[in-house]
Design a protein around this ligand. Structure first.
Ligand code: 13P
Ligand code: SF4
Length: 301
């Protein structure tokens, strides 16, 4: 029996559901029940009925699913799949910022550990950050961990004063403006699409900036025929599936998140067979870490 068929069979037998981020390999997205960006996946995680969630993504996504669905067994194909940016902030700096500013909200990108989330007022994803920051009563925003997304949100919410943190996504940070320009010279009619985790110089040259699902939506609604995509290449699976008549290019150094690619079909099958690699969030921080996530889901409605 094919791996994909065995996965489908086990999923039924074990009352499991498979969730996958757009950055995991295409063949894994193909067997998933829910594929999406971080915001969509966290909304879905809260409402699932199945006994087991297999989360094909990185650690902070598995943790968020566990926090939002604490009675489910949350498994990950590879427990080493982690997001480096999720660790790029610290408790001590947050404490100092709270001391320095009276009217401060600590806004935590969902790409962060549960440990960091517990110190935040609210979480955001790239799909809802602007809306949520604008809805907060505080004037000062300490945005962790991503400085690139922070700067992008600050531009859309000029009424707020941002305090920056020096975190970044190594994959999006590596997208070079000169490579994007070179691609545009090769394909002058192509529209440039970028994730807000990219550097400022890339966003300034882009025709559209948004989360992975924002990019997918934009392409489906656009009359454009060619696109230069400035985000992780896994998104091309759905872009090509939904838009077979359109053409997609990536910068010469193709952006690949090696952590997301740890989610292989073989590991997915293995984890369904053995029910190991379970995600646990220490009880001591569960309550405080889930609050900012719930607040995000509430404010983003
Ligand atoms: P979104 O899923 O919000 O587009 O974020 C991209 C990302 O880097 C996930 O790790
Ligand atoms: Fe983290 Fe960047 Fe990979 Fe997303 S693409 S999981 S932000 S390292």
């Amino acid at each position: 029996m094919e791996i994909a068929d065995r996965i489908k069979q086990l999923k039924k037998e074990k009352n499991a559901v498979i969730m996958a981020h757009y950055y995991v390999p295409g063949e894994v997205q193909a067997v998933a029940d829910y594929i999406g960006d971080s915001y969509y996946l966290s909304k879905v995680a809260e409402e699932l009925k199945e006994r087991i969630i297999v989360f094909c993504g990185v650690s902070f996504m598995g943790e968020s699913a566990k926090l939002l669905s604490p009675n489910k067994k949350v498994l990950m194909p590879d427990r080493c799949a982690d997001c480096p940016m999720a660790h790029m902030a610290d408790r001590e700096t947050i404490r100092k910022m709270r001391e320095a500013y009276d009217d401060l909200a600590v806004v935590c990108y969902i790409n962060s550990t549960a440990e960091l989330k517990q110190y935040a007022d609210v979480c955001v994803t790239s799909a809802n950050a602007v809306k949520i920051v604008k809805a907060l009563p505080q004037k000062y925003i300490f945005f962790i961990p991503d400085r690139n997304l922070a700067r992008y949100v600050a531009e859309q919410a000029p009424e707020k004063t941002f305090v920056y943190n020096e975190g970044f996504c190594p994959v999006h940070e590596e997208i070079r403006p000169e490579e994007v320009l070179a691609e545009q010279e090769r394909h002058p009619g192509a529209l440039i699409l970028a994730h807000p985790e990219c550097r400022k110089e890339v966003l300034e040259r882009s025709d559209y900036v948004g989360s992975t699902s924002g990019i997918l939506r934009y392409v489906s609604q656009s009359d454009g025929r060619e696109f230069i995509v400035c985000t992780e290449e896994g998104v091309s699976y759905k872009l090509r599936q939904d838009n077979p008549e359109k053409t997609f290019y990536f910068p010469k150094t193709v952006p690949v998140c090696t952590d997301m690619k740890l989610n292989t079909l073989e590991k997915l099958l293995r984890v369904l067979e053995h029910e190991d690699n379970e995600v646990h969030v220490p009880e001591s921080l569960q309550q405080e870490a889930v609050e900012p996530l719930k607040k995000m889901l509430e404010l983003a409605k």
